[in-house]
Design a binder for this molecule. Structure first.
Ligand code: ADP
Ligand code: GN1
Ligand code: MG
Length: 395
């Protein structure tokens, strides 16, 4: 069991951050939230003498997000756009980022003290934090547990999200991580890392490296389709794991999409594919027994149904055809990212034990191999479901 308590110094720091965001009252409880591989998230409960209010306090990982100010502006624009669409005032269905006294939706600390300047995020002692509403009585899924409803509701949630962003002007956004899902560049970078072999770890992963090499050209398929102008660039989420959706704990109603850090121009099929990779799989992302990493076609179908229910009339035919490819390509891409991180000494993804990234890469490659075996079936399911969702069953 992972310990989620925090030490008194950290507790004091989180309480200080709450005060910088002008939260009235005293922090009475603070817990570390271990899910998520990138940012550092805490739950904080604050009592103002009248009621207890709950917040999510998060340190932005500036090794990963080099432009936190631009990224927070992206998030502001996107949450505002969605609010305007939803016209909802229910707090549990939206993310509300609090502001500091100087009106920023982020806080800069230098050696633990708040400063008003946007300091270099990579400089020593500099940290960027944010604070927003904690969505109460919600649950997020680290795995679907084989439950098709989780997948169907997830498809609905991410489909709706994409649909709501259709008229959002992508030109307003910065690329919070340049080339995030540029698989061709990801694979080039991976083979550079293999060549350098800084940690002398290549010898531990030779079959995995060869497998990635074998499919390198396949991994570039979607990039080629972009080059040929075949796939539209939309504003996408780019990190569509089911643990980035908060569901109502009792009804499974998807309440809100979180982790908006990577929202930027991208392809629908990477969004579609990433949920499939994460949740339409018979085991968790970091399963050690690779024999358990299989694609579950029933879960795949359920996700496709939820997704197409929102997007059948939005996506182009070519995009629909690309969805199954997206699942395989993003799984290969992430395999190379996990393995590349292992080879450079685990600088990017949070790990729970020394070989964690290697284990993750092996698991993802096993899933990728299984997806390739089932590519035709995936494509058939997408065609069937999208035809039914557009009301023309006989296609
Ligand atoms: P990361 O980039 O590290 O994945 P996330 O923003 O996804 O960070 O947050 C990590 C986890 O914290 C999520 O998977 C979710 O379980 C929880 N979480 C994040 N935001 C909220 C929120 N507003 N309310 C409740 N839980 C949240
Ligand atoms: C990271 O932040 P989190 O845990 O939701 C990563 C994704 C990977 C994912 C794999 C910004 O997502 O790209 O697919 O881990 N996010 C970033 O679990 O790199
Ligand atoms: Mg997350």
């Amino acid at each position: 069991m992972i310990k989620t308590g925090v030490d008194p110094a950290k507790e004091e720091k989180i309480a200080y951050i709450c005060r910088q965001f002008r939260i009235p009252g005293d922090m009475i409880l603070c817990r570390w939230i271990p899910n998520g591989h990138i940012n550092e998230a805490y739950y904080a409960a604050v009592y103002d003498g009248w009621e207890v209010k709950q917040y999510l306090v998060q340190k932005i990982n500036t090794y990963v997000f080099r432009e936190p100010v631009g990224m927070m502006r992206n998030i502001d624009l996107i949450t505002q756009h969605i609010m305007d669409k939803e016209k909802t005032i229910e707090k549990r269905r939206r993310l509300h980022f609090h502001h500091t006294e100087s009106g920023k939706n982020y806080l800069v600390l230098k050696d633990g003290t708040a400063v008003d300047e946007d300091l270099d995020p990579l400089a020593d002692g500099v940290e960027y934090w944010r604070l927003y509403n904690f969505i109460d009585r919600s649950v997020s899924f680290e795995t679907s547990g084989g439950n098709a409803d989780v997948l169907r509701m997830s498809g609905k949630a991410f489909g709706r999200f994409l649909q709501q962003l259709q008229d959002f002007d992508a030109g307003q956004l910065i690329e919070s991580i340049p080339h995030f899902h540029d698989t061709r560049k990801r694979l080039d970078d991976f083979f550079d890392v293999v060549r350098l072999d800084l940690m002398d770890r290549v010898k531990e992963a030779e079959p995995e490296i060869e497998l990635i090499r074998k499919y390198r050209k396949f991994g570039c398929t979607l990039c080629e389709q972009i080059d040929q102008g075949l796939l539209p660039i939309r504003v996408t989420h780019n990190d569509t794991k089911t643990n980035n959706i908060l569901f109502d704990r009792n009804t499974l109603d998807p309440l809100v999409i979180i982790d908006l850090d990577t929202c930027m121009p991208g392809l629908a099929c990477y969004d579609f594919g990433d949920t499939i990779r994460f949740a339409a799989c018979t085991a968790e992302e970091d399963e050690k027994d690779t024999g358990r990493m299989k694609l579950d076609l029933n879960l795949f179908r359920a996700y496709t149904e939820g997704y197409m229910g929102e997007l059948a009339d939005v996506l182009t035919d070519r995009e629909k055809e690309s969805l199954s490819l997206g699942a395989a390509v993003i799984t290969l891409e992430l395999s190379s990212r996990f393995l590349g991180d292992y080879l450079i000494g685990d600088k990017y993804f949070r790990i729970d034990y020394p070989e964690h990234n290697l284990v993750r890469a092996k698991a993802q490659l096993a899933l990728f191999t299984d997806m390739m075996k089932h590519m035709d079936e995936m494509k058939e399911i997408v065609a069937e479901v999208s035809a039914a969702a557009s009301g023309c069953e006989n296609l």
